[in-house]
Design a protein around this ligand. Structure first.
Ligand code: SAM
Length: 217
């Protein structure tokens, strides 16, 4: 076996120092966070900071989320492996890549063309072929492919978009930051036997969810 690269060492340190002490315990989530090369999802100039405990800019005024938040949102979906998951806000593609290691298929929507073009190149390079992506307003969901076992929104909106609740399978879990443009509650919505329960799992600060069922541009 070859010895670990500096990237592998940084990634392991990220898991041991940032994720496990903060309560990330789901084995599948930890495995994916240990596997996906986060440094490939940021510009070369920022690669050395990729495993730091913070978000990073990815261009077009957007960000790749802090590793802990990616892990927390992933863990909240409680994936077992058979699921089809919808992500709104592809951004760098990192969150979709993490999801793709622990579910059957990921559908991801981004509204900014340049970001999706770059993310797709990384998916191809890594041979992550179970990620399907498109440019659109993700607040309307992806009706043709619904229902989804899990939905993850990686931008903050004023409320949970109704189309996403409709497109969530039963049982299903939806994770979304909801609040004003400065601070949001990370909400977990669970649909079970027709019943909907929503609880807050963390306080977060995300970029805006812009669209018909989000903020106006
Ligand atoms: N998941 C991303 C990652 O792993 O890098 C982080 C995404 S960034 C915090 C939020 C993204 O949501 C931005 O790229 C932004 O353009 C996108 N976004 C905002 N509103 C959107 C919408 N209505 N539909 C699709 N994407 C949207």
């Amino acid at each position: 076996m070859s010895s670990p690269s500096p990237w592998d060492i940084n990634r392991e340190r990220m898991v041991e120092e940032q994720l496990i002490p903060r309560g990330i315990h789901d084995e599948a989530t930890l495995r994916a966070m240990r596997t996906v090369p986060r440094h490939l999802f940021v510009d070369d100039a920022m690669a050395s900071a990729a495993y730091g405990d913070h978000p990073l800019p990815i261009g077009s005024g957007q960000t790749i989320s802090q590793p802990y938040i990616v892990a927390l949102m992933t863990q909240a979906l409680a994936l077992k492996g058979h699921e089809r998951v919808l992500e709104i806000g592809t951004g760098s593609g990192y969150q979709a890549a993490v999801l793709s290691r622990i579910c059957r298929k990921v559908y991801t929507i981004e509204r900014i063309d340049a970001l999706l073009v770059r993310a797709r190149k990384v998916f191809d390079r890594l041979h992550y072929h179970n990620i399907i992506s498109r440019i659109d307003d993700g607040t309307a969901g992806w009706p043709d492919e619904a229902p989804f076992d899990g939905i993850l929104v990686t931008a903050g909106g004023p409320k949970i978009p109704e189309p996403l609740i409709e497109q969530l399978a039963d049982p299903g879990r939806l994770v979304i930051p909801v609040g004003d443009q400065f601070l949001q509650e990370l909400q977990l919505l669970e649909k079970t036997k027709g019943e909907i329960k929503v609880r807050t799992i963390e306080y977060v600060r995300f970029v805006n969810l812009i669209g018909t069922h989000g903020w106006s541009a």
